[in-house]
Design a protein around this ligand. Structure first.
Ligand SMILES: NC(=O)c1ccc[n+]([C@@H]2O[C@H](COP(=O)([O-])OP(=O)(O)OC[C@H]3O[C@@H](n4cnc5c(N)ncnc54)[C@H](O)[C@@H]3O)[C@@H](O)[C@H]2O)c1
Length: 259
């Protein structure tokens, strides 16, 4: 599906970004795995162990010079850029609104929203030159409506959805597509505190019970959507915010009938 495509994936050291890097390499992509955390090296080792092609790059997605650098690494290593998955993000800690500081706000928005904008801004010239390119961002169901994160996190993800919608139109006629994935609750490093505290309380079996699938999601289920959107199979999918959430966001408030 991604044979000989040169792709950058951010947040590749853990969770969704790690699963997508491994899957994309399995589908034939050459992957630049970007993360702030050196654990991104383990992702690359796993890809290489499976005979895939990847390089690791330590970078802060909210720093413009780091973004320019990780894109240049892709060009220098693989010769061109076909797609980018701007996925790195932070939860912001889910603080109540009145406890949020200006610094908290800036940190969450810097990584989650500015980080996506910078990935778009600096990848687009390469795609424009080639006359094609695929941009995928990770938003969240928190960007669609309330109760899936703090106000900083939710606003940051609504911003990502808006980037996908507005950039799709600014790039009209260029051959470049951009889409945002809105995951529901996925078991990753980011949501570990939720799972750990539920396990401690013995309520783990209640996680995901308000979802029509009656479960939470796994990173590979988001990775499949990301690889599809990065590929030419998604050639007419553009400017969309696509929930991959087991159906969670499909409903108005509703209670399951008691058995
Ligand atoms: N897990 C969920 O339930 C869920 C739901 C909706 C959306 N998301 C989004 O999915 C994306 C991936 O998160 P995840 O769940 O895999 O979490 P994760 O914590 O397992 O992975 C996130 C990765 O991003 C990296 N990162 C954080 N800040 C960075 C920075 N400034 N520069 C470079 N890398 C940075 C981290 O080091 C980490 O490896 C995030 O954007 C998150 O908001 C997650």
């Amino acid at each position: 599906m991604l044979e000989n495509k040169n792709i950058i994936i951010t947040g590749a050291g853990s969770g969704i970004g790690r699963a997508t890097s491994i899957l994309a390499a399995g589908y034939g992509a050459n992957v630049v795995c970007v993360d702030l955390n050196p654990c991104v090296e383990e992702t690359v080792q796993e890809i290489k162990a499976g005979n895939g092609n990847a390089v690791a790059q330590i970078a802060d997605v909210s720093r413009e010079d780091d973004v320019q650098h990780y894109i240049q690494i892709c060009i220098d290593t693989f010769g061109s850029l076909h797609g980018i998955y701007a996925n790195a993000g932070v939860s912001g800690g889910g603080k109540p609104m009145l406890d949020l500081t200006v610094e908290d706000w800036h940190r969450t928005l810097s990584v989650n929203t500015l980080g996506v904008f910078l990935a778009v801004k600096h990848s687009v010239p390469h795609f424009t030159q080639a006359g094609a390119g695929a941009i995928v961002c990770t938003a969240s169901v928190a960007g669609l409506r309330a109760n899936a994160g703090g106000v900083d996190y939710s606003a940051s993800k609504a911003g990502v959805i808006s980037i996908a919608q507005t950039v799709a139109y600014q790039l009209h006629g260029t051959g470049i597509r951009i889409n945002a994935i809105c995951p529901g609750l996925i078991e990753t490093g980011m949501t570990k505190p939720v799972f750990d505290s539920a396990r401690q309380r013995g309520t783990e079996n209640r996680i995901g019970q308000i979802n029509p699938t009656k479960r939470f999601g796994q990173p590979h289920e988001i990775a499949e959507m990301a690889c599809f959107l990065l590929s030419e199979r998604a050639s007419y999918v553009n400017g969309q915010a696509i929930p991959v959430d087991g159906g969670l966001s499909a409903s108005h408030p509703w209670a399951f009938p008691r058995n």
